[in-house]
Design a binder for this molecule. Structure first.
Ligand SMILES: *[C@@H]1O[C@H](CO)[C@@H](O)[C@H](O)[C@H]1NC(C)=O
Length: 416
């Protein structure tokens, strides 16, 4: 607990100094997706000057690969995201134009804290015109407004084009291949079902609070380049899909995945104290709301004996995956079934947003600490006898045929 409290203190200091971050935490050529996580990406309609910037289904084409270089956002190497004629009126459409030094129409500032892309010095934000999510809808600038879903842009990657490392200073890798290894440094996790999910845990034994920046993926499925959770470590697993998130909760013996006995654990999420996330460069994918879809908002706790992991989509993602309550643990943040001896897949209702009680919001450290919300209702639960390591079905993620024939073995399947 001590390290968690210290972390919260350090986090508050860092927060104060890092709000000026001007680019996404992620590096390289990025997809810019709308808040709805509906597979719509910012797209240049061609590579000529004056080409409209629109929404299109994400394909990972060159026209959707945006690179943040200082204060500009470039595509096709030398074209910049540009406010047409520099017109400062709400509703001015965006275009691409050849980049030129210090061109005021091409200056942008991305905030990792509220995921907005702001036209520098103008208080105008990149905005989905009319909130219309159809292909071809042009993108505009509009006066920035707090938590406006039309102005919220996630930065990420196609699952089939993951970079070796998504962030500077990253311990491991995101492009993990199709094998499995208990020394893997893979930092790409999946959350699909009670028998298909991963946890963040240390690469070598060490308290979560001391290793949070370097946690690696430990999964129930082999074949995604990660480590596998040794059979017998999971004692109970409860997966639920709700309208706005997937969540897995449960108990086990996580000394088997390098969490020291007695460690009360800690919290991992997509922002971390400095906007880079814990682990740094950690990416989360799943198939529940779309095949191979990236979850941009997620929160997870693990200790020596329990875990919880929630990954959110849609306009409620930041409130339902709020990760500011980092000393409050699983039961308070994600009230749910944690029972040992049951392995199940359910559907359920959204939980109430953590920390929100009617019209008031509680902040960690304020006395008194309010009770956890009740666990939301779930239904249609299908139980599994247990959860042990088995091969990932590749087809659902990438269109490939199944690579492995036989499930059920202790430990990992080597790469073919
Ligand atoms: C800026 O855009 C507004 C709204 O479209 C338009 O009325 C105005 O004439 C434009 N200003 C300039 C200088 O082009």
């Amino acid at each position: 607990m001590r390290s968690l409290l210290l972390e919260a203190f350090v986090a508050s200091l860092l927060l104060a100094t890092s709000v000026e971050a001007q680019t996404p935490a992620f590096q390289g050529e990025l997809l810019l997706q709308t808040v709805l996580n509906n597979g719509k990406c910012l797209t240049a309609s061609s590579n000529t000057n004056g080409a409209a910037v629109t929404l299109q289904g994400c394909t990972g084409a060159a026209a959707q690969k945006w690179t943040f270089t200082g204060t500009t956002v470039t595509v096709f190497g030398n074209k910049c995201l540009d406010v047409t004629d520099g017109n400062n009126s709400d509703g001015t459409k965006l275009q691409i134009w050849t980049c030129s030094a210090n061109n005021a129409n091409q200056q942008w500032q991305y905030s990792v804290w509220d995921n907005t892309l702001k036209w520098t010095n103008k208080n105008k934000c990149m905005d989905v015109t009319g909130g219309v999510q159809s292909d071809g809808n042009r993108i505009q600038v509009w006066t920035c407004s707090y938590k406006n879903p039309n102005q919220f842009w996630n930065a990420g990657y196609m699952v089939n084009a993951l970079p070796a490392q998504s962030q500077n200073g990253q311990y491991g890798t995101n492009n993990c291949g199709t094998g499995s290894s208990q020394t893997s440094k893979c930092q790409t996790v999946w959350i699909n079902a009670a028998d298909d999910f991963c946890l963040w845990a240390p690469p070598t034994p060490g308290a979560i609070g001391d290793t949070e920046q370097i946690e690696v993926a430990w999964c129930t499925k082999s074949g995604r380049g990660t480590r596998t959770i040794p059979n017998g470590a999971l004692k109970g697993v409860h997966f639920v899909k709700t309208p706005d998130y997937v969540q897995v909760t449960g108990v086990g013996d996580f000394t088997k995945i390098n969490v020291p006995k007695g460690d009360s654990g800690g919290e991992l999420d997509n922002r971390g104290a400095d906007g880079r996330g814990n682990p740094i460069g950690g990416l989360v994918y799943g198939n529940s709301f779309g095949t191979g879809q990236q979850y941009h908002e997620w929160t997870s706790f693990i200790s020596d004996g329990e875990f919880c992991f929630r990954a959110c989509v849609g306009p409620k993602a930041t409130s339902l995956c709020n990760h500011i309550y980092d000393v409050m643990g699983c039961y308070w943040n994600m009230p749910a079934n944690y029972n040992a001896g049951t392995f199940e897949n359910c559907v359920g209702d959204d939980a109430l947003p953590m920390g929100v009680y009617g019209t008031s919001t509680w902040y960690q450290g304020t006395k008194p600490t309010p009770a956890a919300h009740p666990a939301p209702a779930s239904s249609g639960c299908k139980t599994l006898p247990t959860v042990s390591v088995s091969p990932a079905l590749r087809r659902r993620e990438s269109g490939f045929e199944r690579r492995y024939e036989d499930p059920a073995f202790p430990g990992a399947t080597p790469a073919p």
